[in-house]
Design a protein around this ligand. Structure first.
Ligand code: ATP
Ligand code: MG
Length: 113
């Protein structure tokens, strides 16, 4: 099992969700985050104006998947989020030790899917 964490541009979340649904990935956690990458925040634009703040608004996705879903999930995020501009985002893939569905007590791959 893997935990995929993606930081994307907030305006790309609907495109990413569409691509994830096409890849049959329906379970996700989405939250609002702030962050900066190698431009340290300064050279990106927010709603058309160059921002003076260091921490830019980003959308954070967390998706736990079985190993065979890592590539389809990553590919879907890239397909939905990529514009080719700086700040498109980043994807982290982490080993995931365990997953427990609280209602049934199922664990591991059965609980994830
Ligand atoms: N090494 C990192 N550790 C933690 N978070 C990161 C890291 N790199 C990027 N992020 C997060 O991802 C967001 C998007 O990063 P961003 O796409 O700007 O990456 P980048 O490395 O600067 O690439 P680019 O040059 O394409 O902009 C950042 O705002 C930050 O929240
Ligand atoms: Mg950047």
């Amino acid at each position: 099992m893997k935990l995929i964490i993606a930081m994307i541009q907030p305006h790309k979340i609907e495109d990413v969700k569409k691509k994830l649904y096409e890849a049959e990935v329906f379970k996700m956690t989405v939250s609002t985050a702030t962050g900066c990458g190698q431009q340290k925040g300064y050279s990106e634009t927010y709603r058309g104006v160059i921002t003076e703040v260091n921490l830019l608004k980003k959308t954070r996705l967390e998706i736990a998947v079985n190993d065979n879903f890592v590539k389809p999930t990553v590919d879907a995020i890239v397909a939905g989020a990529k514009t080719g501009s700086i700040g498109d985002g980043k994807i982290f893939v982490l080993p995931l030790e365990q997953c427990i569905r609280i209602r049934t007590g199922e664990t591991g791959g059965e609980a994830i899917g």
